[in-house]
Design a protein around this ligand. Structure first.
Ligand SMILES: NC(=O)c1ccc[n+]([C@@H]2O[C@H](COP(=O)([O-])OP(=O)(O)OC[C@H]3O[C@@H](n4cnc5c(N)ncnc54)[C@H](OP(=O)(O)O)[C@@H]3O)[C@@H](O)[C@H]2O)c1
Length: 316
C-alpha cells in the first residue's frame, strides 16, 4: 500500500497559476470511510470558485486539494463499513474536496457502485452535476408526467442531466442553449430548445408547471410559470417576496448521498440517462489548470473530466 501520493493543490486562493503538483501522505480513513484509488475526477464550478476564494468553507486549510467528484476502486475500508469492500468500482461526490489526488477518503454513505455500462471517465462526470439535477427534478420540483418544465442552460453539466431526468419522468421539456447545441439537446430528449442569444424566454413560453434555474434568472423564470408553478434555483438566492409569492421560488444546495447516486445509476444502467463529456484532461499541473479554465469559460457542453490514473481508467 502506497504511503505517499501525487495531488494537485493550491497554497492560497487565486488564479489557475496557483494550482501545482505536490506529494502528500495518502489520507487515513475513519471507521465510516473508505479509501478510493481515484481513476478520474471531474471539474465543477465549485472547484474554481473555491480556488479563487469566492466560496470559502470553515476548516479549509492549505495546501488545499480541490475536486469533489470521484470514480475509482476501493483500496481500504473502515471498521464500520458494511456494504462496500476492497476492489469495488465506485463513484461519489465527496463531502469535502480532495479528489484531485491519487487517493481520497470518502464516507461510505456517499458512495454508490459504478454502473457497469459506464467507464470510470464517464462515472466521474456524474455525481455532483447528476445528483443536483436528480434532487431538483425529482425531490424538489416533483415533476410528474405531462408537466411542462423549463430547464435553463440545457447544455451545461447540470442541465444535460436535468433534461434527461425530466424526460424520463414524462415531462414536456423546454430548455435554453446556443444554436450549436440544439441537435444534441433534441436527441437527448428536449422537446423545445430556445436559443437564448436570440429569444427571451418570457417572449417564448408561459404557464409552465416548473422552472429549474441554473443561470440566476429567477425573475424571468417566475414570469413564465403558472400561479401554482414552482421555481428552484441552484445559481441564485430568491428574495423573500419571490419565495412567498405565487408562483414561488426556492434555492437548492446539493445533498450528496449514496442513495440518490444509486437511483441515478439505475436510470443510467437502463440508458434513460446518458453522460455527455465536454473534454478530458491529464492529471498534470497544466492539465488541471486547463480544465479549470474550460469550466470558468461558462461554455462547456457537458462535463470536464481529469483522468487521474490512465491505466485504471482504461479498465472499464
Ligand atoms: N446549488 C448547487 O448545489 C449547485 C450544484 C451544481 C451547480 N451549481 C451551479 O449551477 C450553475 C450551473 O452549473 P453547471 O455545472 O451546469 O455549469 P456549466 O457546465 O459550466 O454550464 C455551462 C453551460 O451553460 C450554458 N450557458 C451559459 N450562460 C447561459 C445562459 N444565459 N442561458 C443558457 N445557457 C447558458 C453554456 O451554453 P453556451 O455555451 O451555449 O452558452 C454552457 O453549456 C453554476 O452556477 C454552478 O455553480 C449549483
Amino acid at each position: 500500500m502506497a504511503v505517499d501520493m501525487k495531488a494537485i493543490v493550491i497554497d492560497r486562493y487565486g488564479s489557475v497559476q496557483e494550482l501545482h503538483e505536490m506529494t502528500l501522505p495518502v489520507p487515513e480513513i475513519k471507521a465510516d470511510e473508505v479509501l478510493v484509488k481515484v481513476a478520474a475526477t471531474s471539474v465543477n464550478p465549485i472547484d474554481w470558485r473555491t480556488r479563487t476564494g469566492q466560496m470559502r468553507r470553515d476548516g479549509q486549510q492549505f495546501p488545499l486539494v480541490l475536486g469533489w467528484d470521484v470514480a475509482g476502486v476501493i483500496s481500504a475500508v473502515g471498521a464500520a463499513v458494511r456494504h462496500f469492500q476492497v476492489g469495488d468500482a465506485v463513484f461519489a461526490r465527496s463531502d469535502h474536496a480532495g479528489a484531485d489526488a491519487q487517493y481520497v477518503a470518502i464516507k461510505a454513505d456517499k458512495l454508490a457502485m459504478k454502473p457497469g455500462n459506464l467507464s470510470f471517465v464517464q462515472a466521474a462526470a456524474v455525481p455532483l452535476a447528476g445528483m443536483t439535477a436528480f434532487q431538483v427534478i425529482i425531490d424538489q420540483l416533483q415533476v410528474v408526467p405531462g408537466d411542462r418544465v423549463l430547464i435553463q442552460a440545457g447544455a451545461g453539466g447540470v442541465g444535460l442531466f436535468a433534461i434527461q431526468i425530466a424526460k424520463a419522468q414524462g415531462a414536456y421539456v423546454i430548455t435554453t442553449a446556443s444554436e450549436a447545441n440544439r441537435e444534441m439537446l433534441l436527441r437527448l430528449g428536449a422537446d423545445e430548445v430556445i436559443d437564448y442569444h436570440q429569444t427571451q424566454i418570457t417572449a417564448a413560453v408561459h404557464d409552465l408547471d416548473a422552472v429549474f434555474d441554473t443561470t440566476n434568472e429567477i425573475e424571468d423564470g417566475l414570469a413564465v410559470l403558472k400561479p401554482t408553478g414552482m421555481l428552484v434555483s441552484i445559481a441564485g438566492r430568491p428574495t423573500v417576496a419571490q419565495q412567498t409569492g405565487q408562483p414561488s421560488a426556492t434555492h437548492w444546495w446539493l445533498h450528496p448521498s449514496g442513495k440518490t447516486l444509486t437511483q441515478l445509476g439505475q436510470l443510467i444502467a437502463v440508458h434513460q440517462v446518458q453522460v455527455v463529456i465536454d473534454s478530458q484532461y491529464p492529471f498534470t499541473t497544466a492539465g488541471v489548470r486547463a480544465a479549470h479554465e474550460r469550466s470558468e469559460s461558462h461554455h462547456a457542453h457537458g462535463k470536464i473530466v481529469i483522468v487521474v490514473d490512465e491505466k485504471l481508467a482504461e479498465q472499464a
